[in-house]
Every structure is written in structure tokens, then in C-alpha cells.
Write a protein that binds this ligand. Structure first.
Ligand SMILES: *[C@@H]1O[C@H](CO)[C@@H](O)[C@H](O)[C@H]1NC(C)=O
Ligand SMILES: *[C@@H]1O[C@H](CO)[C@@H](O)[C@H](O)[C@H]1NC(C)=O
Ligand SMILES: *[C@@H]1O[C@H](CO)[C@@H](O)[C@H](O)[C@H]1NC(C)=O
Length: 420
């Protein structure tokens, strides 16, 4: 009986997960301009703006249902140049949609609610309450959304993981996080996906405030957690200074990403310079305990700067370096060659990607089709509450890209060449 149930579940998930596969994954590079390794800004805003008709915008503003100065970009992902981005609304009113795509008209960028304005409705647990992070799986054309379940400090819904098919805008899966994996203080910030036998099956979620790593198995619809001292921020590493302004954070595990052979996950905390590695074989095992975790986790090196996100391509990992307004590339494959194997690899081959560009708190990042995409959001200013809305000091939010010649780790290790 149990066996049959399992088979049926896997069948169901296989069906669902194979439903909206993109046909042209090995598409040609759409961006032909040569950016010589320099950053190209695709979208920028002083104040974020929705793609609503003017009368609707005015009416929303009049009713305080839209408060433009409360809008701040958090995270992003993209597929074939199409951008999806999140605006956290756990603690602010006046944000009509938390998950949006970005459209451009007459040179101006606008946010367009996804899957729809209706499915962003607060108080409706069918809809998304506060999207923190998103990940797009280019194998299936699905977007995985972490929803904090809270709007303007009111918890309307349980925290959930929802998957939408981008093409049909239909929900294909949801997991409701049970109390057993959450704490009072839980804040689900980052996520990375892991593929097993050709299925994007496991999700690793960084609970940055409760200092936990939560695993969701999308085949069994179950979740479990790991905790370890490596997931806790360090008071001695809590001061983050960006462009002369300092914020203090005790933030725990936050940046997290999987390797393109799906054998390891790397992670780090906001308030720490240490970078860690754990085999996916431990994470995937629901009966592995903290002892097994402790025996298999390994510190691979100390970074020089703070970072709030981590992503990976087919060979390298990428993370911001906040104090120097840059993004760092770690050539993991190179260091595996030097050190002999991934089990003993150290953080050595580091390279600054964009030294000439003021990045201002580079946040959510993703590799797609040769480019590293990233959000800059002056989060230190949002936190300090002195974000200047006059526009004199340049854009507050940007979505940029930089050529790195790699694909998303989710497409695996097969090599592919790019033309800049
Ligand atoms: C997973 O379980 C939750 C309840 O915990 C349920 O609401 C949801 O529909 C389930 N998802 C699937 C795909 O079965
Ligand atoms: C962090 O900054 C505060 C305020 O400036 C200071 O008192 C504290 O000593 C700093 N901590 C560290 C570890 O540098
Ligand atoms: C954005 O930041 C610039 C400075 O970089 C400032 O002049 C502008 O007023 C800010 N606008 C918003 C909406 O934050």
C-alpha cells in the first residue's frame, strides 16, 4: 500500500514536473553587445513603479494601497532575459504585488505582477503574501517561490514554497512548512535547488534568523531541518560598511548554492566571513542528524568581505563583496584541479568581476545563458531608513548583468561555449 502510494506520488510529480519543459534550452545568445566583462545595467529605478494604468495608480495611492517609498527590490531570477523579482512586504504596507516580472516601455522599466495581481493578494492564502526569494529552473520553466506568509507584520498564512509554471502561470506544487521545521523567529531568505536522477527534487532553504537549513523534498512533499554552529552569525563579524555607512547584522545562514554536479552545497552567513561545504547526500537524507551533518560539513575558506547572496554556474561560484562594491568569482573547478578533489578544495582562485562599478549592496544573483544577473538595492540605506527619493544620487534599484561565460548550475556540467 505504502509502496503503491510512493510510486503514484512520484508519477504525479514527474508528470507535473515534466509538463512545461522549455524546448529551446540551448538557445542562442540574445545579447550580442560586447560588454568586455563590464556590468550592463538592464533596469534602473529611483522609485519602483508598477505597470498599472494611471487612474488605477492614482486610486491605489489615494487609498494608501500603494506607497511607492515602501517598495524595495529584494531578489531576482531570470530566464532568457526575462526577469522575475521580489519585493518583501513582511513589514510594510502599500505594496500591491510582491512577485513581479519587469517590462520596459519607452526606455522606462515597470513591475508587472506575476502570476497576476490577484495571486498577489494579501490575506488570501491561495496567493503569495511576501515572496522573499525565487529560483527558476531552466529545465522545466518553473519558478520556485519562497513565501513568508506575512504582510505588514500580520501573519495571514503559513510559510510556503510554491511552484508556478512560467508559461501557463498555473500553480503546479506547494509545500506548507510544518511547525516541526520552523521556529518563532524563522525567516526564510535564500533557496537553492538540487536535481536527482533528472528531476529537480530537493530545495535547500536558508532560515537566516533561526540559523537553520531546511530541506524540502518536492517528490514526497516532506521537509526536515539541520542546524549547526556554521549557520550562526558571529557578533565579531556583524559590522558591514558599505560606502561609508555601517549596519550591524547578526544574520545567520543566507547565501546558499548547489554545484552543477549536484554533489555539494556551499553556504555562508551574513555576519561571517567563513564559507562552508556540505555533501547533498547528507542533506537529501531525512534521517541524517546533526552528528552526521557535523561530521561532513567543512569550512573551505575565509572571505575578505561580507556578502548576502551566493549563486553558482557550471564551474564557478559568485558572491558579492559588499565593502568593495564588487562581485567575486570563485573558480571552483580550478581549485578542485589544484587541490585534487572537491572533498578537500579550498577557496583560492578568486577574481573581482567588476572593479570599476559601484554596486551598492549587490543582492540576489543568478547565472543564465552566459551572464550573471544581479540586483542592487542599497539595502544598507533601506535598513538605515535614509533612502533618498529625489534621484540626485543615482538610481536606488538596479538589475544588471555581467558576462561570465557560464550557464546556470541547474543545467548540469555539460560544457557549452559562448560568444561575448
Ligand atoms: C503538500 O502538503 C500540503 C499540506 O501540508 C498540501 O497543502 C499540499 O497540497 C501538498 N502538495 C502536494 C503537491 O501534494
Ligand atoms: C561595530 O560597530 C560598533 C559601532 O560603531 C562598535 O561599537 C563595535 O565595536 C563594532 N564591532 C566590531 C566587531 O568591530
Ligand atoms: C535613490 O537613491 C538616490 C541616490 O542614489 C537618491 O538621490 C534618490 O533620491 C533615491 N531614490 C529613491 C527612490 O530611493
Amino acid at each position: 500500500m505504502f509502496y503503491m502510494f510512493t510510486i503514484m506520488t512520484i508519477h504525479f510529480v514527474l508528470f507535473v514536473f515534466g509538463f512545461c519543459v522549455l524546448i529551446d534550452i540551448a538557445h542562442a545568445n540574445r545579447y550580442t553587445q560586447n560588454i568586455d566583462g563590464k556590468t550592463k545595467i538592464m533596469h534602473e529605478w529611483v522609485t519602483l513603479e508598477y505597470d498599472f494604468p494611471s487612474p488605477m495608480k492614482r486610486s491605489l495611492i489615494d487609498q494608501k494601497l500603494l506607497i511607492p517609498e515602501n517598495l524595495a527590490l529584494f531578489n531576482m531570477d531570470g530566464i532568457r532575459g526575462r526577469i522575475f523579482t521580489t519585493i518583501g512586504r513582511t513589514s510594510k504596507p502599500g505594496i500591491p504585488a510582491t512577485l513581479n516580472t519587469v517590462v520596459k516601455r519607452n526606455g522606462k522599466s515597470f513591475l508587472k505582477p506575476f502570476p497576476s495581481l490577484k495571486l498577489n493578494r494579501a490575506e488570501d492564502c491561495n496567493s503569495i503574501q511576501s515572496a522573499q526569494s525565487v529560483k527558476i529552473d531552466p529545465n522545466t520553466n518553473y519558478i520556485w517561490v519562497l513565501d513568508e506568509g506575512k504582510v505588514n507584520n500580520i501573519r495571514f498564512c503559513r510559510r510556503k514554497l510554491v511552484i508556478y509554471c512560467i508559461r501557463t502561470r498555473k500553480e503546479v506544487f506547494r509545500h506548507i512548512f510544518p511547525d516541526s521545521v520552523l521556529s518563532e523567529s524563522s525567516m526564510l531568505f535564500g533557496l537553492t535547488l538540487d536535481r536527482d536522477q533528472g528531476i529537480t527534487r530537493y530545495v535547500y532553504v536558508a532560515d537566516s534568523i533561526a540559523n537553520k537549513l531546511i530541506v524540502v523534498d518536492a517528490v514526497t512533499n516532506a521537509s526536515w531541518l539541520f542546524s549547526h554552529p556554521s549557520m550562526e552569525g558571529e557578533a565579531s563579524a556583524g559590522n558591514i560598511t558599505v560606502n561609508g555607512e555601517t549596519i550591524f547584522s547578526r544574520g545567520g545562514i543566507n547565501g546558499i548554492s548547489t554545484t552543477s554536479d549536484f554533489k555539494f552545497v556551499y553556504y555562508f552567513c551574513v555576519a561571517s566571513f567563513k564559507t562552508w561545504q556540505i555533501p547533498t547526500s547528507i542533506l537529501r537524507n531525512p534521517s541524517a542528524d546533526s552528528i552526521a551533518f557535523d561530521e561532513n560539513v567543512r569550512m573551505i575558506g575565509i572571505r575578505q568581505h561580507h556578502a548576502v547572496s551566493l549563486t553558482s554556474g557550471t564551474r564557478s561560484f559568485f558572491f558579492p563583496a559588499l565593502e568593495i562594491n564588487d562581485i567575486i568569482k570563485w573558480d571552483r573547478k580550478q581549485d578542485i584541479l589544484i587541490d585534487g578533489s572537491e572533498e578537500v578544495v579550498n577557496l583560492r582562485s578568486l577574481q573581482r568581476l567588476s572593479s570599476s562599478t559601484a554596486l551598492n549592496f549587490a543582492d540576489g544573483m543568478h547565472v543564465d545563458n552566459g551572464y550573471l544577473y544581479f540586483v542592487t538595492n542599497k539595502l544598507h540605506k533601506v535598513r538605515l531608513g535614509n533612502l533618498d527619493f529625489t534621484g540626485d544620487d543615482g538610481p536606488n534599484f538596479t538589475i544588471g548583468k555581467i558576462f561570465v561565460g557560464e550557464e546556470s548550475y541547474l543545467l548540469g556540467t555539460r560544457p557549452k561555449s559562448y560568444k561575448k
